[in-house]
Design a protein around this ligand. Structure first.
Ligand code: SF4
Ligand code: SF4
Length: 371
């Protein structure tokens, strides 16, 4: 059975502006409103790295927070800290970046909470019993929330071809340990040339997995649990991720994490994809390149696979911008994501999402008419 995906295009009239239309879009989704009542509702968003400009803007989040409050819920905006060293790798810099990018109580009407603690150590393990993971490590406050509204910026992505709801859930809600386990199968690696032997990583490793040998750090892979703390703490940036050799494995792991995030939130999760400023790469970069196609609209659904499939199709139906990162596939109907990343098979996340029971690729686009 096709799953409904509600679509709001960007046309507005004097009768109803775009923000009012977002409220009406949410009213159309059969989200379990009674379950939201008096409950804590996590609005999972990417606040954007400092310097990035393509992330979903705070003004679009306000009507979502307003609608949750109207239904009697208590919304808060949230994300988890990043694995790599940047402007969102601990809660203090993360909140500072969010504020500088325009997210605050006054702009969105909801408090901001970084879901995995100041250093990314606050997480719960959720059993999922899948091919890659028996259990996954999810940011604690996202697990603790009673309901979840995922707000994803739909765009190209250098590892998964595109990034939408599945990525916002799977990678975005994972703890640092969880992010590392998706990206890598082994312990991080020390670049000996960069290491000054300061011992900071030893002091912060919860497993006592690091020792100094000839004044250089050495990681014992038998003891390492892949928490990622040493990557963040090293002042020399000498500790690096050993990236997964397979993009397919990475996408499947990310999809299993999405399954873990939604465990226990059956009937209490709704997903939105913003097809606006469709940049070629992740909002984790400190810049955003020109969009691949024109702005299209906003989608909402209760099926995370259906909404990403519908978003891919809508983008691919558009003619590509000649001055964008596209190197081919400019025509309507041609694959824009392979037009930027020819070697990445983005279908893996959708196929695998269907295989593990996250949702369906069959959807019915329900167009929200004008008022
Ligand atoms: S924190 Fe970095 S520089 Fe210091 S010992 Fe560890 S790897 Fe070497
Ligand atoms: S990833 Fe965590 S457990 Fe592994 S060496 Fe680094 S700090 Fe220790």
């Amino acid at each position: 059975m096709p799953h409904p995906v509600y679509f709001l295009d960007l046309k507005t009239t004097f009768r109803e502006n775009r923000l009012q239309r977002i409220g009406r879009l949410l009213d159309r989704v059969p989200f379990s409103k009674p379950l939201v009542k008096k409950n804590l509702v996590a609005i999972k968003i990417h606040f954007g790295e400092k310097g990035n400009t393509a992330f979903v803007k705070p003004i679009y989040v306000r009507p979502i927070a307003d609608k949750i409050r109207e239904w009697g819920g208590k919304p808060f905006l949230t994300d988890a800290n990043t694995l790599y060293l940047g402007t969102r790798s601990d809660s203090v810099s993360h909140l500072q970046t969010a504020l500088e990018n325009g997210f605050s109580f006054t702009t969105v009407g909801a408090p901001l909470v970084i879901a995995d603690g100041i250093r990314g150590k606050s997480a719960f393990r959720i059993p999922i019993h899948q091919k890659h993971f028996d259990q996954v490590s999810i940011a604690a406050d996202i697990v603790d929330a009673d309901a979840l509204v995922s707000v994803a910026h739909f765009k190209g992505h250098e590892l998964s071809g595109f990034g939408g709801t599945l990525k916002n859930l799977g990678m975005g809600c994972a703890s640092r340990e969880g992010k590392l386990s998706q990206h890598s199968q082994t312990a991080p690696k020390v670049t000996r040339k960069k290491c000054l032997g300061c011992g900071e990583c030893l002091a912060h490793c919860p497993q006592e997995a690091i020792a100094l040998q000839e004044k250089k750090a050495l990681i014992n892979p038998e003891r390492c649990v892949g928490c990622g703390a040493c990557i963040l703490i090293c002042p020399q940036e000498a500790i690096r991720i050993r990236w997964n050799p397979s993009i397919t494995v990475f996408q499947q792991k990310m999809t299993e994490y999405a399954l873990g995030v939604l465990k226990g939130k059956e009937g209490r999760a709704v997903f939105l994809n913003f097809l606006i400023d469709i940049s070629p790469a992740c909002d984790c970069y400190d810049h955003s390149d020109r969009p691949l196609v024109r702005d299209i609209g906003i989608l909402a659904s209760t099926d995370p696979v259906a909404i990403d499939q519908a978003s891919v199709d809508l983008v691919n139906n558009e003619p590509g911008h000649k001055d964008s990162a596209l190197t081919k596939n400019y025509k309507s109907g041609e694959d824009k994501f392979r037009g930027v990343y020819p070697k990445i098979d983005w279908e893996v996340q959708l196929q695998y999402g269907e295989e593990i029971g996250l949702g369906t690729r069959k959807y019915e686009l329900v167009i929200l008419g004008e008022k």
